[in-house]
Write a protein that binds this ligand. Structure first.
Ligand code: AMP
Length: 289
């Protein structure tokens, strides 16, 4: 590695006390701090959040932590992709200042037993399919907000329900942080970027484009005047079915704030979808109106 590269590498910190002290020092010197929480295996979706933070803040902290508390016992925690070297290079290129990459024991030391009860908006959809998931998400996000006292935190619309859970928690618990939610970054054929896309085989990768196509069709139907949520869901199911995707966890037309299902689209709505392509569970969504 040459000197120039070394000079711009982000400082990697794994110790919770050290990250807090470092960020507090930066804050005291008048810098605006941005935080981008991730589980690593970074792609352009993550990097879009990082770039928003580096554009708006003087100091960007990216956390890389595969949070065991948000995985169910049957889920892919152990095989979740870990691409540490490539992640660090990508963060260096984006001009990230600090990377917080704690070990599990630093976040959940022996005796840890306090969890956040997630808000009502966590109940349906992902919350129903993945019991305990949002409890784990809310808990780790609150801990990250404590350890990295940032002015702003950046999340992706890709995890739409998660963004509402975080926003609600920040409002309900009076957390002094501004939550920004940025648009979904997609592949050229529409597939939403996800760390889990790398599990897909060639045929599955082709099938997976049906998720975003079905959302496009939902949007077109609404543009053409369809208001009935059941017909939209039915048409989406058909698109997935034709692509050979039969394991659908949910297709929902919902209120974009409460995520309660709607029967008729009167103003804005969000269409949410989760399905399994082969063994890989993918989610996607689209705001309408
Ligand atoms: P993860 O590493 O999956 O926990 O994601 C970290 C953050 O990146 C979350 O706020 C995600 O919503 C966001 N993210 C993941 N994929 C995308 C994408 N395709 N476009 C925009 N943001 C994304």
């Amino acid at each position: 590695m040459n000197q120039a590269t070394q000079a711009t590498l982000p400082l990697v910190i794994d110790d919770p006390r050290q990250i807090r002290a470092t960020v507090e020092r930066q804050r005291k010197s008048g810098k605006k701090i941005g935080l981008v929480p991730t589980m690593g295996a970074l792609h352009e979706g993550h990097l879009s959040l990082v770039r928003a933070s580096t554009a708006e803040c003087d100091c960007t902290v990216v956390s890389v932590f595969v949070n065991p508390a948000q995985f169910g016992p049957q889920e892919d925690l152990r095989k979740y992709p870990r691409t540490w070297e490539a992640d660090l290079l990508a963060l260096e290129e984006c001009g990230v200042d600090l990377v917080f990459a704690p070990r599990n024991e630093a976040i959940y030391p022996p005796g840890f037993s306090t969890y956040v009860e997630p808000p009502r908006v966590a109940k349906r959809w992902e919350g129903a399919c993945r019991p305990g998931h949002f409890r784990g998400v809310a808990t780790v996000v609150l801990k990250l907000f404590q350890l990295v006292p940032a002015h702003a935190a950046y999340f992706g619309q890709k995890d739409y329900q998660q963004s509402l859970v975080v926003r609600r928690m920040v409002a309900d618990l009076n957390l002094p942080i501004d939550v920004q939610v940025l648009p979904i970054v997609r592949e050229a054929d529409g597939l939403a970027l996800s760390s889990r896309n790398q599990y897909l085989g060639d045929e599955e990768r082709r099938q997976a484009t049906a998720l975003s196509s079905s959302l496009d069709i939902a949007r077109q139907l609404v543009e053409q005047g369809t208001r009935d949520a059941r017909s939209i869901e039915g048409r989406m199911r058909q698109v997935l079915d034709e692509a050979g995707i039969s394991q659908i966890d949910y297709i929902a037309v919902a209120d974009p704030e409460t995520l309660e299902p709607v029967e008729r689209i009167t103003s804005r709505a969000v269409v949410l979808l989760a399905a399994r392509v082969g063994e890989t569970r993918l989610i996607d969504n689209q705001l309408i109106g």
